[in-house]
Design a protein around this ligand. Structure first.
Ligand code: PEP
Ligand code: MG
Length: 875
């Protein structure tokens, strides 16, 4: 038997969503449950995949099955396609495995032509309705299938209304509708050079093709990338008998949710329009009435609908989003699906469903998207204003949240303006450590260059500040204090709004609402913690961040980037002196200045993390982020080091690197200048001894970055151990400490067995590991990755979601080899992937002990880790 590509609604069920798509599976389920569903069939996702395999063609076998099922559908409905006596009209709608609202295409009223429309007019005794449906069909088919711009048709309608001197579509009569049909067809012919297709079978096949095609349209591709929906899933197509909400005042159409999708309140929520079709509700041509009004308008229908809604919710055990149509007083269900909801609603619904006894805690944990928690932790735009706002540009969604403020171009201005009470958005070509204080006071940060692991992105995420990075279309003129974007100039002081969750940039003010953690949050997160196996630590460099992370439930610090401790105030000067020093004596002097800062911070971190491990990573400054650029800074360093300004310039010149990310950083610095490791070890151990005396339970872990060879690790470890053991012995105390390494260079992963024999722990630095495995610069990849997505070479940014096949393989192999060589080895991850839900799931699968991420992502990681454990248990 040939392969089955087409299924009647009566042949499927809700568990067949891979094959039938979400919509098809749910239509089948409602059919099975005896609900009033207009009948039809689903063309499977396999047919879509086949369509692409066949070079975007529907092959003969699939075409034959579609026509065969059309015949079966005619029998079930007692109507005939293309038959003017008793015409069957259909809707053709997409339906992927995961719901992608509004991303793909829909065609309604298909099956009409000049002859059938007359039949429909007679059959329904309603010629206005028949011609209204016909003109709607031509409009939609031309737009969706033939790609003629929709606004052109709207213009024709507006023109017609103007000629008639009326305002509403409903005021156009049969003759007007007939005239619109004529005008639409003429417009079609003029633009397409051929007549509008009049054969309904041709219309059907073209419409199916259009839906398949829409799987690959740019907005679907972007949506898929954002929601991690694989391209190879394909979409199903549903062909369903039309019922007409536009057939008079006893008809209508609407959308409703079983609970409020914004708040989670347990009350039917939605709206409907009398005498209208679905697209009218969406297009907003008329203002719909709230669903509660239906109780007055059509009490019987309302009662039936409310009962069905309740049944559906109990059946699916989740809030349902339903579409319905009323045709001459009879209710039809067109769709049901688990409804999209805000983060607050998601939490409330999950908790309520447990309290109502509908689901258990384990199931509830799966009901909230981890990424959604962002919305509870960061400010969000006012939804109504956002709807009306225009996107003027797009960058990378580097750090979530919404920001609105006046444009400033320097960190100093940001500070000054903020002091005066202004809200500012800091716009920079890229950021560097000297911008830190400006970044701290800004509502948001927008950069021209830099990827998801660039300085701006990493630091902003750490602070919980909204950031859009790498918007290459922006042209900044620092001198004129303005930038251009999309042909428009934005000056200092102009309002701008940026969305760090989508990367969208708006050239206007959009009010924001502050973050609001709902009452159910603590309870819900407690459930998540019961199930997860992975520990969740934080990447924190300051006591303030560490404190924030503890509040979000962090169980230790997985990465303290010690070079980040020098971003603020005078500290960067000491750091620069250290870098610029060209002899050991000067370097030691600079290190002596650095040490008290370090020790003080370490003490504070240890105190914050009392009882939890604190991993301190030794200096790893990519030089380009730390070298001074301003003349005044250079002059100051010259004075401090007692050398000429020219000399400092010379040193800076000599330190210039073509590829600083692969340059003299990480343990390479210590190999050249062992005194750095001595100083840092002293600061860590002295800090630990001090806080231990105060009764703090301290677990220091020293982490050596950028190791690629075990001898390199051993070289640094020897210095650490010698320094630490002497300090501990001199102090006459007992103190346990560990020395481990980052695995962030492919060579380290490949020689993991050797390194593990000497190391106490591995922590995967997947930012660098991704950079070096792909050979993609962390700072520059954003510029060309779009072409990789467009050409389906990569589906998502490997700096955001771990590349399971390549980088992931290195992680898995080296973790296994490491544990075989050293059973006590513990394993974590501290690259940005540590806070990304899919990457967290991967970390769970390969058996890491912990993930570490920026403070504001700790709750996300906790939930993602719990979901990974629950899914594994259920698999
Ligand atoms: C990494 O490379 O993944 C890492 C955590 O270190 P950094 O981002 O500081 O290079
Ligand atoms: Mg690194």
């Amino acid at each position: 038997m040939s392969h089955k590509y087409v299924y009647l609604f009566s042949e499927g069920n809700k568990d067949m969503r891979e094959l039938l798509g979400g919509k098809g599976a749910n239509l089948a389920e409602m059919t099975k449950a005896g609900m009033p569903v207009p009948q039809g069939f689903t063309i499977s996702t396999e047919a879509c995949t086949q369509y692409y395999k066949d070079g975007r063609k529907i092959n003969d076998e699939i075409q034959a099955q579609i026509y065969e099922y059309l015949g079966k559908m005619e029998e079930i409905c007692g109507k005939k396609f293309a038959d003017p006596e008793n015409p069957l009209l259909v809707s053709v709608r997409s339906g992927a495995r995961a719901s992608m609202p509004g991303m793909m295409d829909t065609i309604l009223n298909l099956g009409l032509n000049d002859v059938v429309v007359e039949g429909l007019a007679k059959f329904t005794n309603n010629p206005r309705f028949a011609y209204d449906s016909y003109r709607r069909f031509i409009q939609m088919f031309s737009d969706v299938v033939m790609e003629l711009p929709k606004p052109e048709f709207e213009k024709i309608i507006d023109q017609k209304k103007e000629e008639k001197g009326v305002k509403q579509d409903t005021e156009l009569d049969t003759e007007d509708m007939k005239d619109l049909v004529k005008r639409f067809k003429a417009f079609y012919k003029e633009n397409k050079g051929e007549d509008f297709p009049s054969d309904p079978k041709v219309q059907l096949m073209e419409a199916v093709k259009a839906v398949f095609r829409s799987w690959d349209n740019p907005r679907a591709n972007v949506y898929r990338r954002m929601n991690e929906i694989p391209y190879d899933w394909g979409t199903a197509v549903n062909v369903q008998a039309m019922v007409f909400g536009n057939s008079g005042d006893k008809s209508g159409t609407g959308v409703a949710f079983t609970r409020n999708p914004a708040t989670g309140e347990h009350k039917l929520f939605g709206e409907y329009l009398i005498n209208a079709q679905g697209e009218d509700v969406v297009a907003g041509v008329r203002t719909p009435s709230p669903i509660s009004q239906l109780e007055q308008d059509m009490p019987e229908v309302y009662k039936q609908f409310a009962e069905i809604a309740d049944r559906l919710e109990k059946h699916y055990k989740d809030m349902q989003d339903m579409e319905f149509t009323i045709e001459n007083g009879k209710l039809y269900m067109l769709q049901t699906r688990n409804g999209k909801r805000t983060a607050n609603a998601a939490l409330k619904i999950a908790v309520d469903l447990v309290h109502e006894g509908m689901i258990d805690e384990e199931e509830a944990v799966l009901r909230v998207e981890p990424q959604q928690l962002d919305a509870l932790l960061h400010p969000q735009f006012d939804a109504d204003t956002l709807k009306k706002a225009t996107v003027v540009g797009k960058g990378l969604a580097a750090s979530p949240g919404a920001a609105c403020g006046k444009i400033v171009f320097t960190a100093e201005d940001a500070k000054e303006w903020a002091k005066k009470g202004e809200k500012v958005v800091l716009v920079r070509r890229e950021t560097s450590p000297e911008d830190i204080e400006g970044m701290q006071v800004a509502e948001g940060i927008l950069t021209v260059r830099g990827g998801m692991t660039s300085h701006a992105a990493v630091v902003a995420r750490g602070m919980g500040t909204c950031c859009v990075s790498g918007c290459g279309e922006i042209n900044v003129d620092y001198d004129a204090k303005n930038f251009t974007l999309g042909g428009k100039t934005y000056n200092e002081g102009d309002y701008i709004s940026i969305d760090g969750s989508t990367g969208n940039i708006y050239g206007e003010a959009i009010p924001t609402a502050p973050a609001s953690i709902a009452g159910d949050f603590g309870l819900f997160m407690g459930w998540a913690d019961k199930y997860r196996k992975l520990k969740v630590r934080t990447n924190a460099d300051t006591p303030r961040d560490a404190h924030q992370a503890r509040e979000f439930g962090a169980e230790g610090i997985g990465l303290c980037r010690t070079e980040h401790m020098f971003f603020e105030g005078d500290r960067i000067k000491a750091m620069r002196e250290m870098i610029i020093a060209d002899n050991t004596e000067d370097r030691k002097k600079a290190l002596d200045k650095i040490m008290p800062y370090q020790q003080g911070d370490f003490e504070a971190l240890f105190e914050e993390m009392n009882g939890y491990p604190v991993t301190i990573r030794f200096l790893d400054p990519p030089l380009h982020e730390f070298l001074p650029t301003k003349e005044e800074d250079i002059a100051e360093i010259a004075k401090e080091l007692n050398v000429t300004v020219e000399k400092v310039h010379e040193v800076i010149e000599s330190l210039h690197e073509f590829n600083p990310m692969m340059g003299h950083r990480g343990c390479r610095l210590t190999v050249t200048y062992p005194e750095i490791a001595e100083m840092q070890t002293t600061a860590v151990i002295n800090a630990a001894i001090n806080v231990q005396k105060k009764g703090v339970n301290v677990i220091p872990q020293i982490m050596i970055p950028l190791v690629g060879e075990v001898k390199e690790f051993d070289f640094v470890k020897k210095i650490v151990v010698a320094t630490a053991d002497k300090l501990i012995a001199d102090a006459g105390v007992e103190l346990k400490y560990e020395v481990g390494t980052m695995i962030e260079i492919p060579r380290a992963a490949l020689t993991a067995d050797k390194i593990a024999a000497d190391a106490d722990f591995f922590c995967y630095g997947t930012n660098d590991l991704t950079q070096m495995t792909f050979g993609f610069s962390r700072d520059d990849a954003g510029k060309f990755l779009d072409a990789y997505y467009d050409n389906k070479i990569y589906e998502s940014d490997p700096f955001v979601h771990i590349d399971v096949d390549g980088v992931g393989r290195l992680v898995e192999m080296s973790a296994k080899a490491g544990r075989e060589a050293n059973a006590a080895l513990h394993l974590g991850i501290c690259g940005e992937h540590g806070g990304d839900p899919t990457s967290v799931e991967f970390c769970h699968k390969v058996g890491l002990d912990y993930v570490s991420c920026s403070p504001f992502r700790v709750p996300i990681a906790r939930l993602a880790a719990a979901q990974a454990a629950v899914k594994e248990k259920r698999a």
